[in-house]
Design a protein around this ligand. Structure first.
Ligand code: NAD
Length: 484
């Protein structure tokens, strides 16, 4: 099974041409520049393990240059002074460029990240386009307030006129993870640009290709030099240098909670603002009155979409005792029916995980669960020519202390627990360091509204999961998010 793939090379000519360049550079001040140290790092197709390109390995030197370029564009370039309508038009043109090149971008994302093509083509890249269009609209609506005051120590007849203005924060360092690279990058760039900020972008080392292509498309759309700069490289080098840089006014970070903590420490030097969008271990609760025909595929999709490499994945399943067997059996059947394959194959429903290394990390969580007494109902193995696939896995007989229940696995692994009482399941769902999201399946409006309020989660979906729109907040509480 999965020893070779019918399709593993780009079908789109533009994607093939992009990969044909082999090496990719940084973008600093509008110029594509080589690695200053001469060092490059490989990026791989995780399905096959084959190298698909080399990226410039950025260091503190490139971060210095990129921050200086972003500062110049902010202080003396056209960007913050540009009419809001002009910024808006440019953001809209960027969205158009993405749309025109969507097939190329989707194939590049699949080859670099592993995801099934449909995930990028129909969900994530349209999501990135929506980000640019939504914030194109907001660029002209950044409004302050006038504030009535009651200051009584003014000379008679004098009034105080008080108002607020929202001004761009300055140079933003944007650091993104590898699970959904393009849409998460758009979520950083679009709001920063709409507000008039300039940016230094550091994509994840495993998945930087679409960031390179995005920046080229942004240049074609007319982005002024230095407004967005790209430094590719490793987290501990380029990422850490950006996080601590005294010329950066804000870090907007999406990634793991552990790295989020390191970024907070690094940001102390100049007390830069920090927004952290972090990990999760989101509960999905299926009540005894739920519509199981919707809840079972909904809960399966909540964990298996994008191979479970989703911050808001529904990785802890709680089903009422009266429906538990039917729910778990239904999800197990769905898991077994998922077609694994190379992401470029249109038949594929789940590709490999982002790397062999990550697949082995997920597998070691499953082993830990087994050793602690969990039962593997389906899945539990890795496979594929690069051993980078994890077979969709359902674990039962789990207890709240197990690492598979407490820690973010970030793979296609769900842990299933039964419950009898609403209060008990709310307590179990809240027994987590994370508080990113939750799902609740019930036909009772009263149960839905009362329970949603009590779940410690930034977002609670009722009879759905992972519904996302740029108009909706996606902030986490507890150790899933920080700052605003
Ligand atoms: P990660 O924290 O390892 O890396 C994220 C980014 O930080 C990468 O670009 C990496 O190079 C960089 N980085 C690593 N060390 C750094 C350092 N010391 N200083 C500065 N930058 C550094 O995360 P990951 O494994 O790439 O992504 C998976 C995580 O992201 C999961 O925990 C997932 O839940 C989370 N995530 C959260 C959201 C959200 O909206 N809350 C969305 C997607 C992913």
């Amino acid at each position: 099974m999965l020893t070779e793939f019918a399709i593993s090379t780009p079908q789109n000519a533009a994607a093939a041409a992009f990969l044909g360049r082999k090496t990719h550079r940084h973008l600093i001040g509008g110029e594509w520049v080589e690695s200053s140290s001469g060092e490059y790092f490989e990026t791989f197709d995780p399905a096959t393990g084959k190298s698909i390109g080399q990226l410039a390995r950025g260091s503190a030197a490139e971060v210095d240059a990129a921050v200086a370029a972003a500062r110049k564009a902010f202080e003396s370039g056209p960007w913050p002074k540009m009419l809001p309508l002009e910024r808006s038009k440019l953001l809209w043109r960027i969205a158009d460029k993405l749309e025109e090149n969507i097939d190329e971008l989707a194939e590049l994302e699949t080859l670099d990240q592993g995801k099934a093509l449909y995930v990028g083509r129909w969900a994530e890249i349209p999501g990135a386009i929506n980000q640019f269009r939504y914030f194109a609209g907001l660029a002209t609506k950044i409004e302050g307030a006038t504030i009535p005051t009651s200051i009584n120590y003014q000379p008679e007849g004098k009034e105080v006129f008080a108002y607020t203005q929202h001004l761009p924060v300055g140079v933003v360092g944007a650091i993104v993870p590898w699970n959904s690279p393009l849409v998460l990058t758009a979520m950083k760039l679009a709001p920063a640009l709409a507000a008039g900020c300039t940016v230094v972008l550091k994509p994840a080392e495993d998945t930087s290709l679409t960031a390179v292509r995005l920046l080229e498309l942004m240049q074609e759309a007319g982005l002024p030099d230095g407004v967005v700069n790209l430094v590719t490289g490793l987290g501990a080098e380029a990422g850490a240098a950006l996080a601590k840089h005294s010329g950066v006014d804000k870090i907007a970070f999406t990634g793991s909670t552990a790295t989020g903590r390191a970024i907070l420490d690094a940001a102390k030097g100049n007390l830069k603002r920090v927004t952290l969008e972090l990990g999760g271990k989101s509960p999905v609760i299926i009540m005894d009155d739920a519509d199981l025909d919707a809840a079972i595929p909904g809960a399966a999709n909540a964990i298996f979409f994008n191979g479970g490499q989703v911050c808001i994945a529904g990785s802890r399943l709680y089903a009422h005792s009266s429906v538990f067997d039917r729910v778990v059996e239904g999800i197990a059947k769905q898991a077994e029916a998922i077609k694994l394959g190379h992401g470029l194959d249109p038949q594929t429903q789940m590709g490999p995980l982002v790397s062999k290394h990550h697949a082995s990390k997920v597998a070691s969580y499953i082993d830990d669960g087994r050793k602690a007494g969990a039962s593997v109902l389906v899945g539990g193995e890795t496979c594929g020519p690069n051993d980078s696939f994890v077979v969709p896995t359902v674990l039962t007989d789990v207890t709240p202390d197990m690492s598979v229940v407490r820690e973010e696995i970030f793979g296609p692994v769900v842990v299933a627990t039964r419950f009898d009482e609403l209060d008990a399941v709310i307590a179990a769902a809240n027994d987590s360091d994370y508080g990113l999201a939750a799902g609740l399946w019930t036909e009772s409006l009263s149960t839905a509204t009362r329970t949603a309020r009590r779940l410690e989660a930034g977002t609670v979906w009722i009879n759905s999961h992972a519904m996302y729109d740029p108009s909706l907040p996606i902030g986490g509480i507890k150790q899933s998010g920080w700052g605003a």
